[in-house]
Design a protein around this ligand. Structure first.
Ligand code: ATP
Ligand code: MG
Length: 791
């Protein structure tokens, strides 16, 4: 495991928001407890079970417990809840300790283990027996379950419920001494077999397990149940605030009952629940993560596609980004799935000022500059940082006759709006010159091998001498000086947002393209020998980190995240986002409703009645997906439409968005053409909707893509790339265009600086036009202000 260089383990979390800004029900409770003197010194804990590696959900719990302790001058402890001998292992203990440290936290005192408390827990078991609050039950597992009753019926007391204290003490001693086999008896609390909370119907405290425990060996054979162990472990450690996820809400009653029953001195620990973190397009259950590893769907717990801390580390995500994300998501009382775009945003935001810019080409095609002076090599100066990062630094990149560019950046048959290389077209090479393709050279199989180009020798730095505008800029490396690179591009591990929500096998949703490796990539020479853990932004390609196993030849890099930003979507607070989304949905539903009514009356099928089958489908759309009545009906009424919708929804889980596109937008683009005549299927529509919903393209661009799909131009991704519709939000990628616009309009620039500030809109318009409307207007505004006001 490569150690992080960017970050010292003890560094305080000063990258997080100002403490005073944090206000949630957890902090409120802690504040109130301190104010009322219920507690004087805050003690929290993180209590993992060592049966797997930590994931991003655990990170949220870790950040919460450590940050709350820090904010209130208290301490946080690390305790392994190792009460299940069968699944636990020292490997997991070590991995978890490493991950917590890497996240930037130091726990108070030694690492603690529940297995060190088994004797104390057994003593308390005897105390409960002596106090008439626990008994040994020799019923079978099935009998105990049946005796619990149901929500509507009280339970039936076990025949052993009224054994004498002495008999119970003797039986419990036998259990502990290993004189009984597994399953022969359990220790139960004697609470209330008619309790409304089923968990209070004499819960199990200890069970017999003759198994090997990784710390206790074979000698110990009674294992405490979670509900018994957890609260008392907290009590032993002097924990004051015990945070856990919402599914333990009903367990709080047992927690409090036991703390009371064993007579813990104040301050007693108290449990508070918060919503667990669920991220889209991944799974978080340790059992499922383990299955991915053991069935070799991934290369290991630290495979960069895994949502584990070790996977994220290997992928190049920093601890700061994880902590920031956890804090930004905040604590809530309601479970929901967090859009993965928010996590990606936090990662980009963090890497933007950490990762210097570099050039590399994933899938090279050669260009030869026919009018370049011989073998001359020019060292061009390239900025390490874009203007929006307040850091300086440059490096030299060699430029010569033979260069490599991305095969994708050349089109033999350029679609409308193509701004990259094509025969007879000009393009700017980043930091270098403007070139024009004059000849396409092919091998005998007809595959393009080389592009001959003319370089405009007067355009050094990318500005043309005569002020003509060249809208496109592409990246490149020198063919003779670049170094070999293996680039591993990771994508979402699953194709659907909630792989484990639909029932069935979650593995069926695995994304077969979650890893794409480019073994013939080339990187600029300054990257030669880059150490594992080095982070860079490869311009136009994404943020990358040198893999921990990279020995240098070739250099191996993992893509941490692409450059695509969904800033607009996450900039607002979660609440505002939800409110805005709701309002938008309502408005859209209303519009769709009117539209549907209009269509129905046109078609003369007002008040149509659905067949039983159709009604079942409509009910599913309404109840399970939350679609509005008319949309559900509209889709269900035609089997073909429903199938089309289902296929799209299988790809993009936002049912409202999919319905909107499948009903309204599609009609706008295809008119009354039957679906069966369209040159694409429902899944393709789903992919398009996902592109819009993820913020990869704007809604306006989405409509353009849909029209092109209807016209048979291909897949949504293909059209987006061919027309260069991806939202441009990386400042570095916009700068050349801005330079070009300012250079081409020198007169207006002078006038603006002379006081004609109304020209600002003109510049914005020019940049937007040059980028085909794909630039983030906010970013354009900011960059233009900087440029116009600076020079
Ligand atoms: P499993 O995935 O097997 O259900 P677990 O994730 O609950 O297990 P633990 O080791 O018991 O594993 O978790 C340790 C702590 O992390 C617990 O306090 C738990 O509440 C918290 N935690 C686990 N998953 C999440 C999550 N997705 N979001 C927030 N906290 C979590
Ligand atoms: Mg658990």
């Amino acid at each position: 495991m490569s150690e992080e260089t960017t970050h010292a383990p003890d560094e305080p979390s000063d990258t997080l928001r100002d403490d005073s800004a944090r206000d949630d029900f957890i902090r409120d409770k802690v504040r109130a407890d301190l104010a009322s003197s219920r507690v004087e010194h805050v003690v929290t804990r993180f209590p993992p079970e060592p049966n797997g590696y930590l994931h991003i959900g655990h990170a949220k719990a870790i950040v919460l417990s450590f940050e709350v302790a820090r904010e209130f001058g208290g301490v946080c402890r690390l305790r392994f809840d190792d009460t299940n001998p069968e699944t636990e292992d020292i490997e997991y203990v070590e991995a978890i300790e490493r991950d917590v440290r890497w996240l930037g936290y130091t726990w108070d005192g030694p690492t603690r283990f529940a297995s060190d408390y088994f004797e104390q827990l057994a003593e308390w078991g005897e105390k409960l027996i002596r106090d008439g609050k626990a008994y040994v039950d020799r019923s079978s597992e099935d009998e105990i379950r049946a005796g619990r009753g149901s929500i509507t019926e009280p339970g039936t007391p076990s025949p052993d419920r009224d054994l004498s204290v002495d008999d119970n003490l003797e039986l419990f001693r036998q259990m502990r001494a290993g004189e009984m086999p597994d399953g022969a008896a359990v220790l139960r609390a004697k609470i209330d077999m008619a309790a409304a909370n089923m968990l209070m119907r004499d819960p199990l405290l200890f069970r017999i397990r003759h198994a090997h425990h990784y710390r206790r060996g074979d000698a110990w054979c009674i294992y405490p149940m979670y509900d018994y162990a957890h609260c008392l472990e907290d009590a032993i450690e002097g924990v004051t605030h015990s945070f856990c996820t919402l599914e333990f809400e009903n367990n709080r009653e047992i927690y409090d009952w036991l703390i009371e029953a064993v007579e813990i001195e104040p301050p007693r620990p108290e449990q508070t629940e918060f919503a667990r973190l669920s991220l889209g397009f991944t799974v978080m259950s340790k059992r499922k993560l383990l299955q991915l590893v053991t069935d070799q769907h991934v290369a290991g717990w630290d495979d960069p596609r895994m949502p584990t801390i070790s996977g994220l580390r290997r992928r190049g995500v920093t601890p700061e980004a994880i902590r920031r994300f956890a804090e930004d998501v905040g604590v809530a009382k309601r479970n929901n799935v967090i859009d993965i775009a928010r996590f990606e945003h936090a990662i980009r935001d963090d890497l933007n000022h950490r990762a210097p810019r570099r050039l590399a080409v994933l899938d090279p095609i050669e260009i030869e500059l026919e009018n370049w002076p011989g073998d001359h090599v020019e060292q061009l100066e390239a900025d390490d940082w874009p203007r929006d990062v307040p850091k300086d630094g440059t490096r030299a990149v060699p430029f010569g006759r033979r260069l490599l560019v991305e095969r994708e950046d050349f089109a033999e048959d350029p679609p409308e709006g193509w701004h990259r290389l094509a025969l007879g077209r000009e393009v700017r090479l980043r930091y270098a010159y403007v070139v024009e393709c004059t000849e396409v050279v092919r091998d005998t199989a007809g595959r393009v091998t080389t592009l001959r180009c003319r370089v405009d020798l007067k355009s050094r730095g990318g500005k043309t001498a005569d002020g003509r505008s060249v809208p496109g800029t592409i990246h490149w490396v020198s063919a003779d000086h670049s170094v070999p690179l293996e680039a591993r591009l990771y994508d979402r591990l699953f194709r659907v947002e909630q792989p484990d929500a639909t029932g069935g096998d979650f593995l069926q949703h695995l994304n077969p393209e979650s890893l794409v490796v480019h073994t013939d990539a080339r990187a600029e020479p300054s990257l030669a020998g880059a150490a594992p853990g080095t982070r860079v932004q490869l311009e136009r390609l994404g943020y990358f980190v040198v893999d921990q196993d990279s020995a240098g030849d070739p250099l191996v890099m993992n893509r941490t995240v692409t450059l695509r930003d969904t800033w607009a979507k996450v900039a607002q607070t979660a609440d505002a986002r939800e409110a805005a989304a709701r309002a938008q949905r309502r408005a859209e539903e209303k519009k769709a409703y009117k539209e549907a009514q209009r269509r129905q009356s046109e078609a003369g099928d007002d008040g149509v009645t659905l067949s039983a089958d159709e009604e079942r489908i409509a009910a599913r759309y309404r109840d399970a997906l939350g679609l509005a009545e008319h949309d559900a009906t509209l889709l269900a009424r035609h089997a073909e439409r429903a199938e089309f919708f289902d296929a799209a929804h299988g790809i993009c889980s936002d049912a409202h968005a999919v319905a909107r596109w499948a009903i309204n937008e599609l009609r706008g683009a295809a008119g009354d053409r039957p679906l069966s005549e369209l040159p694409f299927e429902g899944a393709a529509l789903g992919r398009l909707v996902a592109l819009v919903e993820d913020g990869a393209i704007t809604a306006a661009a989405g409509k353009e893509v849909l029209a092109a799909m209807v016209a048979g131009e291909g897949t949504p991704e293909g059209i987006v790339d061919a027309r260069n519709l991806r939202r441009i939000d990386d400042a570095g990628a916009l700068e050349p265009t801005i330079d070009a616009v300012l250079a081409a309009n020198a007169g207006q620039v002078a006038a603006y600086r002379g006081g004609k500030t109304a020209l600002f809109g003109f510049f914005i318009g020019q940049v937007m036009q040059q980028t085909g409307g794909t630039a983030d207007p906010q970013m354009v505004r900011r960059l233009l202000t900087e440029r116009l006001d600076a020079d």
